[in-house]
Design a protein around this ligand. Structure first.
Ligand SMILES: C[S@@+](CC[C@H](N)C(=O)[O-])C[C@H]1O[C@@H](n2cnc3c(N)ncnc32)[C@H](O)[C@@H]1O
Length: 282
């Protein structure tokens, strides 16, 4: 059977799990095509492994996320291994990565010789993305999940970067002074707010925090680990601006902070500096 014939067959079963993007991704995976235009050029060629495609489609129809079925996900135009031990990278997190990269670029330049910490690294996307931009920086990445760190290490190898991965709770494994800390910690308070597919397939260790501010509190109670002109970049839940503002005003009076919105207009990021909020403006 050709790619064209399989494409037509799969288009007929389109539903909430199988859409055009999914069909293209599965066919591109079969051919090892890294671009849609390559798939189009090969549309009249024979499939390599139709039974594998059918098995993948069955898993997707059962509700399994496409990225776990394929074993990889895209993050800022690059490809990373994922499996159910790690969260699937989200679009909001791409915004966090890019904003943090542009802050470091403005403040230190491409040659930045700084220490960056990615706390709760999961698949390693944030640590690897920043290390690729700033090869002279020292990047330390922690996670409490040994299995997540195995995937992160595979991703660092795939991207040919050297990251210092450390197993342990939040900042505990780090004794060095940190210049830039980036973190997308678990921040969901209650399972009712999570979509059923995420709840069923993604690691709960990556999702839930009780209370939901727990991991922000923990990091902010260890500012002694940060260098004087530190920068902290957090992804936050869309309902957390008020509670985090209260905490910052009460527990760290005078600190510089700024909340920003994601492309959907939701407040999703919190940036913190010790004082004189000037460098990062959007
Ligand atoms: C929301 S995921 C983020 C993963 C990745 N940084 C990303 O943005 O896709 C949170 C990560 O924090 C890790 N984690 C949970 N509790 C932790 C703890 N106490 N110390 C360190 N990491 C923790 C989870 O294993 C998970 O990989």
């Amino acid at each position: 059977m050709t790619y064209r014939e399989k494409y037509s067959e799969l288009k007929k079963i389109e539903n909430k799990y199988i859409n055009n993007t999914v069909i293209k991704a599965v066919l591109m995976d079969d051919g090892g095509f890294d671009d849609f235009t390559v798939l189009i050029k090969n549309f009249n060629e024979q499939l390599k492994d139709e039974s594998k495609i059918d098995a993948q489609i069955k898993r997707i129809l059962d509700g399994e996320p496409l990225q776990y079925v394929l074993g990889y996900a895209y993050f800022v135009n690059s490809n990373y291994f994922v499996n159910p031990d790690v969260l699937i990278p989200r679009q909001e997190t791409e915004e966090l990565a890019v904003a943090t990269m542009s802050h470091i670029m403005k403040k230190y330049g491409r040659d930045a010789k700084i220490t960056i910490a990615d706390v709760g690294t999961g698949s390693g996307i944030l640590a690897i993305y920043l290390k690729e931009y700033f090869p002279n920086s020292k990047v330390i990445a922690t996670d409490i999940s040994e299995k997540a760190l195995e995937i992160a290490e595979k991703n660092a190898e795939k991207h040919n970067v050297s990251i210092d991965f450390r197993l342990g709770n939040m900042l505990d494994p780090i004794s060095e002074k940190i210049d830039v800390l980036i973190s997308n910690p678990p921040y969901i308070g209650s399972p009712e707010t999570v979509d059923p597919q995420t709840l069923k397939y993604e690691p709960h260790l990556a999702l839930f925090a009780e209370p939901k501010t727990k991991y922000y509190d923990e990091i902010l109670s260890h500012l002694e680990k940060m260098n004087k002109n530190f920068f902290i970049a957090f992804e936050i839940g869309e309902d957390m601006e008020e509670i985090l503002t209260e905490k910052l005003e009460k527990e760290l009076p005078g600190i510089g902070y700024k909340f920003t919105k994601d492309i959907y207009g939701k407040v999703r990021f919190l940036y913190i500096m010790r004082e004189n909020w000037k460098i990062y403006e959007t």
